[in-house]
Write a protein of this length. Structure first.
Length: 276
């Protein structure tokens, strides 16, 4: 349809909005080798207990903050850390001028004790956001591995992933398709890196943190399914394992007490599939 949105019906607008200039599948096809390399780097840092930072401003920064915040309850891991221009206040409101700061990003990273073994992933739809690019450049000068996720960029980092969105439905509103593709990509990066770090067993989230009633029930259900025990016995196992799913499973299947199950998991780098 034309861009005469003012006179279009709601139904026509809906039909137009589902037509995407580029799909996530196409983004993956274009960037697969680069994404695979990035996930490999992420998994290495998770296993070696280094840090991975998402750095961005506005929508890009918020997506990085959301992604990093959701990792701990799901996988029990704090490797991913979100850095947003303007600080945490910028999550819920616009902090004018923050994206133009050339020093705030590196200052925030230093508060998290940035070191040479960490990984810094910049998210900038335009590929030119001063906050993000300056932060990446400072990290690059310190020989810290860097990655940029953008629509297009002339910058050269260790890994450069380009989404390829040319034009948003509402011009320059990058919270739309660019934001959607970024969120899908971040989901893929974090989830696969957790899988390759022993944070799952098959497709079960066996390192989930039981932070509320829902997650406690989910933990017991996972134990029950993997050990083929009833809910009551799974709950007893969960309590005996100090509320740790993997420990409970190893205790049951290998007939071990908590301390020996803990040691066996440590000897296998936390990978449940190496034990059962």
């Amino acid at each position: 349809m034309s861009t005469d949105y003012d006179n279009a019906s709601i139904g026509d607008l809906i039909d137009d909005f589902v037509i995407q200039e580029i799909t996530f599948n196409e983004v993956i096809k274009i960037n697969k080798n680069k994404i695979e390399k990035l996930i490999f780097e992420c998994a290495n840092r998770i296993r070696n207990k280094n840090k991975i930072f998402f750095v961005g401003s506005g929508t890009s920064g918020r997506l990085g903050m959301i992604e990093s915040a959701e990792i701990y309850p799901t996988f029990g891991d704090k490797t991913y850390i979100g850095i947003i221009a303007g600080g945490e206040s910028a999550i819920t409101k616009s902090i004018e001028g923050s994206e133009d700061s050339l020093n705030e990003g590196i200052d925030q990273l230093n508060l998290h004790k940035l070191n040479s073994e960490d990984l810094v992933i910049g998210i900038s739809t335009s590929g030119t956001t001063p906050f993000t690019i300056a932060t990446l450049n400072k990290c690059k000068s310190k020989k810290i591995k860097t990655c940029l996720i953008s629509n297009k960029s002339q910058n050269d980092y260790d890994i450069n992933i380009q989404l390829g969105v040319q034009k948003e439905k509402i011009l320059d509103s990058t919270r739309m398709l660019s934001g959607t593709l970024t969120k899908q990509l971040l989901n893929m990066i974090t989830t696969i890196s957790m899988i390759k770090s022993g944070k799952t067993y098959k497709n079960y989230m066996v390192d989930v943190k039981p932070l509320n009633k829902k997650l406690i029930k989910r933990s017991i259900d996972i134990i029950s399914k993997i050990t083929n025990t009833n809910e009551r016995d799974a709950e007893i196992l969960f309590k005996k394992s100090n509320y740790q799913i993997k420990h409970a499973i190893v205790m049951h299947i290998k007939k071990l007490d908590y301390e020996n199950a803990k040691k066996l998991l440590k000897d296998n780098d936390g990978f449940l599939n190496k034990i059962i």
